[in-house]
Each structure stands twice: as structure tokens, then as C-alpha cells.
Design a protein around this ligand. Structure first.
Ligand SMILES: [Zn+2]
Length: 207
């Protein structure tokens, strides 16, 4: 299924918020180009819509012929994110995520954390996960999709633990002690954040 989007009248992509978001989009882009090339096709027939789809191991992004280079770059990032989010949702849906949360709660928290809802969200770019204890709701950033299972499990367990203990005091971390990969998962996530900020990463795309 292709991802489609319409820029606003000024050709702006949807609000992306802070500078940090753009940088991480570029970094994700560079990771994507390791496994698949991105081909941008300009079409005179297109006046406003941007769409993208996979063709074998390549990703085709269709843009209006008159789009500026800067907009093209931004849109490629936006569309790669969209495709990745769509594909990962297909791999593990919200239902499977809720089952996983239940399993983790039983295994590491004596089943005491019982979330009312667990779901992926795409509007959370500065935090990996969040929860609202009053509602028992847990949200995981779609940026975790495609990361190793033990990392997703760690973030899920972290949010489950917040249903029992708010904040990051000693009581909170004691809850996570029994999960054997806490340190490793935290290191992985720190590495992702650091990579976004490091200069001198290889060229973002082969377009
Ligand atoms: Zn936390």
C-alpha cells in the first residue's frame, strides 16, 4: 500500500515540530539507504500530492515536478517514516503489543501492572514511551519499530513499571532489576540518540 500525503497550500509537510525531529528523520533516512535506495520521480502531472511505495528493494517517492530541493528532502524523510510506520504496524499490531505487555507484566512485575490500553503512536518523537497511570494507557513511539525485540520489551516494561511507581527513583529501578537486558537496552537507545547528533555520518541518500 503506498503512503500518500498532500502538502498544504504552501507545499509544507505536516508540522514536524522541533529541529531535533528533522535531524532524526535524516538519520533514519541514512539508515534506510543502507538497505534500500531511494528513487525520487518528479511528475508534471502531480501538482500537490506526494506518494511513496516499495519496488523490490527500492523505494520510489513521487513528487510534483516543481517542488524545491529543500522540500524534496523533507518530503522524502516524511514518506520514508510513513512507509516504515505502516510496515511495522503490519508486523506487530496494537493487539500483539497488548499481549506482550501482559506477558512482561506477569514475568517481571508479578502481573501487578494491568494497562487498559497499549498502542503505537506516531506523534511521539522525543520520548520512546509514555503512560498515563490514571487511565492505565501506554503509548510507544513508532520510532521503536524495527528495533530489536529486547529494546521494545524494555520500553514496554519501563512504562508498565510507571503504572506502579511514578518517577525514576530507586523504587522504580528496583522494579526493572529482574529484566536482564535493562542496561543493554538503555545503551542501545542512548546510541540511537547519540547517532542523531554525531557529525560526519555518511551521505544521507543515494538519489
Ligand atoms: Zn520513565
Amino acid at each position: 500500500m503506498p503512503a500518500d500525503s498532500s502538502p498544504g497550500p504552501a507545499g509544507e509537510p505536516p508540522a514536524r515540530g522541533a529541529v531535533r525531529d528533522r535531524r532524526s528523520a535524516a538519520a533514519r533516512q541514512s539508515r534506510a539507504s543502507v538497505t534500500s535506495a531511494v528513487e525520487v520521480r518528479r511528475s508534471a502531472r502531480r501538482s500537490r500530492t506526494v506518494s511513496a511505495y516499495r519496488e523490490g528493494d527500492r523505494t520510489i517517492v513521487l513528487i510534483p515536478a516543481r517542488m524545491s530541493e529543500a522540500d524534496e528532502q523533507r518530503w522524502v524523510g516524511v514518506m520514508l517514516d510513513k512507509l516504515a510506520a505502516q510496515e511495522s504496524r503490519r508486523v506487530i499490531g496494537d493487539g500483539a503489543l497488548a499481549e506482550r505487555a501482559e506477558r512482561l507484566s506477569v514475568q517481571y512485575l508479578d502481573g501487578r501492572a494491568r494497562p487498559a490500553s497499549v498502542r503505537w503512536v506516531t506523534n511521539q518523537n522525543t520520548r520512546w514511551g509514555s503512560c498515563t497511570p490514571a487511565e492505565g494507557s501506554i503509548r510507544l513511539s513508532h520510532r521503536l519499530q524495527g528495533m530489536p525485540e529486547y529494546v521494545v520489551d524494555y520500553v514496554l516494561l519501563h512504562e508498565l513499571a510507571h503504572l506502579l511507581v511514578p518517577g525514576h527513583g530507586p523504587r522504580f529501578w528496583r522494579l526493572l532489576e529482574s529484566y536482564p537486558r535493562t542496561e543493554r537496552a538503555r545503551g542501545y537507545l542512548e546510541g540511537i540518540v547519540a547517532a542523531d547528533r554525531l557529525p560526519g555520518l555518511p551521505a544521507a541518500r543515494e538519489v
